[in-house]
Design a binder for this molecule. Structure first.
Ligand code: ATP
Ligand code: MG
Length: 429
């Protein structure tokens, strides 16, 4: 049976996912989910609660390629599982095999508590052993209460984004221009990242910025942060975007090359996409490269609004370590300057402290990195802008080609592990 029809990897989020819930000693129930990647751990527990009402399930397991059982107890572990599953689906697809459902094994303990299904559609199908499966489908609502990202994007694009609907939560970080908050969007139930920038400018300029930001609604790439809307309240602008639970790359130390390679592929694709829309990023640096536990890598904070860039520049004048030499010396800025910043972003922070304008371009230590990687960085950081690779040359570079395999699991696992390490270092909160 072929239950999944899959397109290219980034289209998977629109596809149906079948989760086969294995029932101890009596077959299985197949559950059809229409927004697989958005699925939360709690949603799965809720459905397991319907399938196995006599037990309280607090965790479940899945099997990796070696048949080892891996326990899932949190959203992060869920995402790692889904990411692993989607990579196996891709493999099955490439090999022309039938797509297997995602098998999970509930782990029960303690007496049952109250359960509530978040409107996820459940279909019952007899498991392979033909044993009876509990009839759960009729008792469950089939329309989703949660809004999909696409739906949310549509709603927000219609100008329904406003301050009253947003509950600010944690501060994610401060930049030179403003502060980024994790926020809850009440009507959609979505978590957003909201960047708030203080700008003392005229209404006229505010309008100009809003119209320049319009192009963000049209940006549609899995390598560019999703844009939900922006609004002014008094003298500050709030820019609402997709929240990335792995944060930005600047806080990660020592990224192994096989992970960095996949990240570089996504960044090159994101930049190539922006350049194809005639947008220069102008602020390529690790803090503007975001990752999530699904293994996605997305660019943010690109200079789409000249007026916004100018208005921020009035309050903050400066350079940063990632800027190309020609930019520091006030010469013309072009795609080549983004390419320099791309190269330097993937070097170790210590080496960034070198003086970029007067000295020779920094070089990577010999022996520590692969030859294609060193070559890639060195080419991106040629002092003469025109000698740096053009967009199509970047995509064809052996370092990028080597890691351009769509394997999000590598990044996903690495983000999940890094977040866990960070949490355990911080101790219980
Ligand atoms: P600069 O102001 O020079 O661009 P910056 O990029 O560090 O510096 P901000 O853009 O204000 O500053 O971002 C602050 C921090 O907020 C980032 O370093 C990042 O960790 C976090 N952040 C920004 N956007 C998001 C997002 N969409 N999801 C999760 N975290 C984010
Ligand atoms: Mg930023």
């Amino acid at each position: 049976m072929l239950w999944l029809t899959l397109g290219p990897s980034h289209a998977m989020e629109n596809q149906v996912l079948v989760i086969r819930i294995k029932i101890p000693n009596s077959g299985a129930v197949d559950w059809t989910v229409h927004s697989g990647p958005q699925l939360l751990f709690r949603d799965v527990l809720d459905v397991i609660g319907q399938v196995l009402p006599e037990a309280t399930t607090t965790a479940f397991e899945y099997e990796d390629e070696d048949g080892d059982r891996i326990t899932v107890r949190s959203d992060e572990e869920m995402k790692a599982m889904l990411s692993y599953y989607y990579s196996t689906v891709m493999e099955q697809q490439v090999n022309g095999q039938l797509i297997e459902p995602l098998q999970i094994f509930p782990r029960a303990c303690k007496p049952p508590g109250e359960r509530n299904i978040h409107g996820l559609k459940v279909n019952t199908r007899a498991g392979p052993s033909q044993h009876s499966s509990p009839a759960v489908s009729d008792s469950l609502p089939s329309n989703s209460l949660k809004k999909s990202s696409a739906e949310l994007k549509k709603i927000l694009a219609n100008g329904q984004m406003n301050e009253q609907d947003i509950r600010y939560r944690d501060t994610l970080g401060h930049g030179n221009g403003g502060t980024v908050y994790k926020a809850y969007h009440v009507p959609s139930g979505k978590i957003l990242a909201v960047k708030v920038i203080l700008l003392d400018i005229t209404l006229e300029l505010q309008k100009q910025i809003m119209s320049e930001l319009e192009i963000l609604y049209k940006c549609d790439s899995s390598y560019i942060i999703g844009f939900y809307g922006a609004f002014f309240v008094e003298n500050r602008i709030s820019i609402c975007t997709e929240f990335m639970d792995g944060g930005s790359l600047d806080v990660y130390r020592k990224i192994p090359e096989h992970v960095l390679g996949r990240i570089a592929v996504a960044v090159v694709k994101g930049l190539t996409y922006l350049w194809s829309l005639k947008i220069l990023h102008r602020d390529v640096k690790p803090s503007n490269m975001l990752v999530n536990t699904r293994g996605q890598v997305k660019l943010c904070d690109f200079g789409v609004s000249t007026q916004l860039v100018n208005s921020i520049a009035k309050t903050y004048v400066g350079t940063n370590a990632y800027m190309a030499p020609e930019r520091i010396s006030g010469e013309q800025y072009g795609i080549h300057s983004d390419v320099w910043s791309l190269g330097i972003s993937f070097m170790e922070p210590l080496q960034l402290l070198q003086c970029i304008v007067d000295e020779d371009s920094p070089v990577l230590p010999v022996g520590e990195f692969s030859e294609p990687f060193v070559h890639f960085i060195t080419q991106c950081m040629r002092k003469q802008p025109k000698e740096r690779p053009a967009p199509e040359e970047l995509m064809g570079h052996p370092f990028i080609v080597q890691f351009n395999d769509g394997n999000a699991t590598v990044v996903s696992m690495w983000v999940c592990r890094a977040l866990e390490d960070r949490r355990s270092q911080q101790g219980p909160s």
